[in-house]
Design a protein around this ligand. Structure first.
Ligand SMILES: [Zn+2]
Length: 389
């Protein structure tokens, strides 16, 4: 019996290796797959036949070769199924339907300004996902799962939001609630983790092994990739650098601590800073629009936020030595106005060695980063190989 189990495990592992090579490196020929995986040609051909039958691989024309017959090239068929990626923001919910390569097919944004009652949030999201699902083109696999990025601490293995201070949620089994309502697998993770995964798999981080994604929205979260893997920590809550103390006697934060980075460098901090300068309260969208039109107070407020972000990032660079830092979420729209003070601060505060190789950029996935990352999370889980006991 054991032997049969081993054979089934190896077969599934080989299929996963071939399928993942095809996902990220097609067009590719059967021979190239055999060379790159070390699997013999007969095994590769049998797996490819299976994938073609399931509509996950398609043959497209012939490639180039110096001698003999040109090999048939294979493509991963990203339209064989769909994924739903959700960015559960503090005052909005962004829902994307993507294909199996995380390309956005359709999107919806819900305004969540009212109190965040869990049951009503689940209901509104489920209704929207159901409508989006019905409007998708027919496909072999249909929707394979739903990923959700949440601003807070998440027990990833059980889909439970442990503590999301900005939503006032504690111990909310959001994943199981949504899964029951939709009848689909649901994966819930911290929104900065999904952002980091999205950038690593489908964005600017593809070629980078060590990157940090910094989500600067109502609060601040960080998703950390080390050696190509997301760092979750012993309890799955690593990356809460928004709650790193940068002022020992500073402002009280919703987490209960004082002087947290997000009290000085988030969207909420920008609104507060702008109000101090102008004596009038405006939304962050309004402040960012004023920034684009060159208003001095908006420039000054964003500069201060960037300086504080630079202090926080200097600590991260000294501690983790990443090669790429990507700034995402709403404040990424401030572009160079935010990037310049960040870079100036880092230059004066970092050790020269860890600073030297680090590149800091605004996330190219923009406002979709978290939701695309949530879709990437589903794809990552769905296409992962079998877990060895
Ligand atoms: Zn805090």
């Amino acid at each position: 019996m054991k032997r049969t189990g081993d054979q089934a495990f190896i077969k599934e592992m080989n299929r996963s290796i071939v399928l993942n090579l095809l996902r990220f490196h097609s067009p590719i020929s059967r021979t190239q797959i055999s060379v790159q995986t070390g699997l013999n040609k007969a095994t590769v051909s049998s797996i490819i036949d299976e994938l073609i039958h399931e509509n996950l691989a398609i043959e497209v024309g012939r490639g180039q070769t110096k001698v003999g017959r040109r090999p048939v090239l294979l493509l991963f068929n990203a339209s064989a199924g769909y994924v739903i990626g959700i960015d559960l923001g503090v005052d909005y919910v962004r829902i994307l339907a993507t294909d199996l390569s995380a390309n956005v097919v359709s999107s919806q944004e819900l305004d969540m300004a009212e109190p965040r009652n869990v049951a009503s949030v689940v209901e509104r999201i489920a209704n929207t996902v159901t409508q989006m699902r019905e409007a998708l083109p027919p496909s072999n696999l249909g929707v394979i799962g739903v990923g959700v990025g949440v601003p807070g601490l998440v027990d990833y293995s059980h889909g439970v939001v442990l503590n999301a201070p900005n939503l006032s949620w504690r111990d909310v089994p959001f994943g199981p609630l949504l899964a029951t309502r939709l009848g689909l697998p649901v994966y819930v993770d911290n929104e900065a983790n999904t952002g980091a995964l999205g950038e690593k798999l489908f964005g600017m981080g593809k070629e980078v092994s060590h990157l940090i994604y910094v989500s600067v929205g109502t609060g601040i979260g960080t998703g950390i990739i080390v050696h190509n893997e997301l760092v979750r920590g012993s309890q799955g809550i690593a990356g809460e650098f928004g709650h790193m103390t940068i002022e020992s006697e500073g402002l009280q934060c919703s987490c209960g601590n004082h002087g947290c980075l997000e009290m000085y460098a988030s969207e909420r901090a920008l609104i507060h800073r702008y109000q101090m300068l102008t004596k009038s309260k405006h939304s962050s969208e309004d402040i960012l629009a004023r920034l684009q039109s060159g208003e001095q107070a908006a420039k000054e407020a964003v500069h201060t936020i960037g300086t504080y972000l630079g202090i926080g990032l200097s600590n991260l660079i000294n501690g983790l030595n990443p090669s790429l830092i990507l700034i995402g979420n709403r404040l990424a729209q401030a572009g160079d106005w935010l990037l310049h003070p960040i870079q100036q601060t880092i230059q004066t505060r970092c050790f020269s060695v860890p600073y030297a190789p680090v590149t800091i950029r605004m996330s190219a996935l923009g406002r979709n980063a978290c939701a695309i990352g949530a879709a990437a999370l589903v794809l990552h889980e769905h296409f992962a190989g079998p877990q060895s006991a």
